[in-house]
Write a protein that binds this ligand. Sequence first.
Ligand code: SAH
Length: 228
Amino acid sequence: MPVEGHWRIEMSDQSQMIRDIEREVAYTRQMIGRSVLSESVMNAIRQVPREAFVPETERCFAYDNGPLPIGCGQTISQPYIVALMTDLLEVGDDAVVLEVGTGSGYQAAVLSRVVKQVYSVEIIETLSIQATATLQKLGYHNVSCQCVDGYLGWSEHAPYDGILVTAAAVEIPTPLIEQLKPGGRLVIPVGPPYDYQDLIVVEKSQTGEVREKMVLGVAFVPLTRSGK
Ligand code: SAH
């Protein structure tokens, strides 16, 4: 609304974002196999201030239910997708999880409110340094970040109860399956870069068998490889 000759730009609000997530979950319930997300995931979304993870120029869009640029050609994912991927992991407060693609650190912060410990890897050093500082400043002390090629996972802390990949892979990285605990889940977008991909849930059974389930069409930035 124009106010005294100026456009008044208001910060989109978080309660609207929560309603948008709930609505999109309901719309997509047949594909995602649930009509609501768990209370712990929605509480985590409520607790994490998304505006602290986006550049100042994007701050007024922080609570829009859409992706936003974060620099270095990368994006912070859509809040609905962040919430959904966290829910699909089906992990509890004693879990140790790995995230591949720290980006802004927002998904790691959301995960940190749901699980015991988050390890997150990012291939772009600028983003890794920035996200580490943001997470530190906001007091997310159960998140550890490292700047490495996440295709290879982070073997030092493996095996993980859950692994979440927030960049699109052409194929499921074998090291990530190896670093998953029996009974654990890997949530990953798989498909061609700069196109639509399939969001896949990989389940590793107690006996080590691996089963894949396609959940939803998504569009993520590509998983790149160092030196490739
Ligand atoms: N989870 C992020 C958004 C991720 S965007 C958030 O909440 O903001 C995808 C990120 O994956 C980008 O920052 C990109 O640099 C990173 N990435 C791409 N390939 C990677 C790789 N091989 N290992 C680790 N990170 C990678």
